[in-house]
Design a protein around this ligand. Structure first.
Ligand SMILES: [Ca+2]
Ligand SMILES: [Ca+2]
Ligand SMILES: [Ca+2]
Ligand SMILES: [Ca+2]
Length: 334
């Protein structure tokens, strides 16, 4: 009975908080529109982890809904390491590999190695469809480079998402500088035209905060069925303010934060109303003296040790705290 009521409340609140809006939003800008994150970051492999990248690579997945039959492109903004946006150490001498993968082996639900969480494991599984290594190239500074066109059916089909999945691997193959960049999955080679219903996700997010202490960054993990608690891990937050978790059910929980070049972790309980929706991890900068060029890494896993994906366009829309959602303590069965 009680559970039925909770279910009803969840359904009503999903409807009211814009489930449909969430489904139709274009998630092709990476970082996404709601995330308020200026750039992804990948350092050259000779970099120092104290600059905020613990492993010098990043793996992102793009989903193309089955209904979309046209071609598409993956555009990278500022793929070079030099000129504007990038983080120099000494001189710019970093080279970065970008590779787009399709075919079997890409779907991270079928092939866990594809998630890129275990260094040394083969996160490049799949068919390499296109790649390029960028150095200090003025030609691509503050500009887009476009991979493609790709046919959706070249991806790895996922019945779970009813979508073809593609993977982009970014690796700092040499040097010690930080490459800042963004993606856009587009229908057009020259412009950013979203593929309706497309999305993107990663299991380990390495990103840059805005140099503005009024600015709050958000990332949105999806909570699948069967999750009871999650373990959060964040790296090199530089004690910059606080990190809050908000959901339909959580008004705001402060989590443990990392300092310089270290990890912080703790467990966060998950309640039934949060299943099948997104959480909102909010990164609030310290007020007063500005901590500049803060790069940070974030990952989550469930009590089963299974990683949670962060979607560029949050599944079910941006979660809004609803004080009317309550959870009664489970009554022990007789
Ligand atoms: Ca640049
Ligand atoms: Ca350098
Ligand atoms: Ca760059
Ligand atoms: Ca940092």
């Amino acid at each position: 009975m009680k559970f039925k009521r909770i279910k009803y409340i969840i359904l009503v609140s999903i409807f009211l908080t814009g489930f449909h809006a969430g489904m139709n939003l274009s998630g092709q800008a990476v970082p996404g529109k709601e995330e308020n994150i200026p750039f992804l970051v990948t350092f050259g492999k000779m970099g120092q982890t104290s600059w905020g990248d613990d492993d010098f690579y990043q793996v992102f997945f793009f989903t193309i809904p089955k209904e979309y039959t046209g071609q598409f492109y993956i555009r990278v903004f500022d793929p070079d390491v030099g000129g504007e946006h990038d983080e120099i150490q000494g001189e710019f001498n970093t080279r970065t590999f970008f590779g787009v993968y399709g075919g079997k082996g890409v779907d991270p639900d079928k092939n866990y190695d594809s998630r890129g969480l275990n260094k040394g494991k083969n996160y490049k599984e799949g068919t390499l469809l296109a790649s390029r290594v960028f150095g200090n190239e003025a030609r691509y500074d503050n500009k887009y480079f476009t991979f493609g066109p790709f046919n959706p059916t070249a991806g790895d089909f996922s019945s779970k998402w009813n979508s073809y999945i593609f993977k982009v691997v970014v690796e700092g193959v040499s040097g010690d500088d930080g490459n800042l960049y963004r993606f856009f999955m587009s229908r057009d080679q020259e412009n950013n035209i979203p593929v309706e219903g497309g999305n993107a996700f990663t299991y380990k997010y390495t990103f840059r905060m805005w140099n503005d202490f009024k600015s709050v960054a958000h990332i949105y993990p999806y909570v699948d069925t069967g999750i009871v608690w999650i373990k959060q891990r964040n790296f090199d937050w530089d004690d910059d303010g606080h990190i809050l978790v908000v959901s339909r059910y959580k008004q705001g929980i402060n989590i443990s934060i990392s300092g310089e070049n270290n990890w912080a972790e703790d467990r966060i309980p998950i309640e039934p109303p949060e299943i099948g929706s997104s959480l909102d991890f909010q990164f609030h900068k310290a007020q007063g003296e500005l901590i500049k060029n803060n790069n940070v890494v974030m990952s989550l896993e469930s009590q089963r040790g299974d990683a949670l994906p962060f979607f560029s366009s949050p599944i079910g829309g941006v979660p809004v705290y609803n004080p009317k959602i309550t959870v009664k303590k489970a009554v022990k069965p007789k």
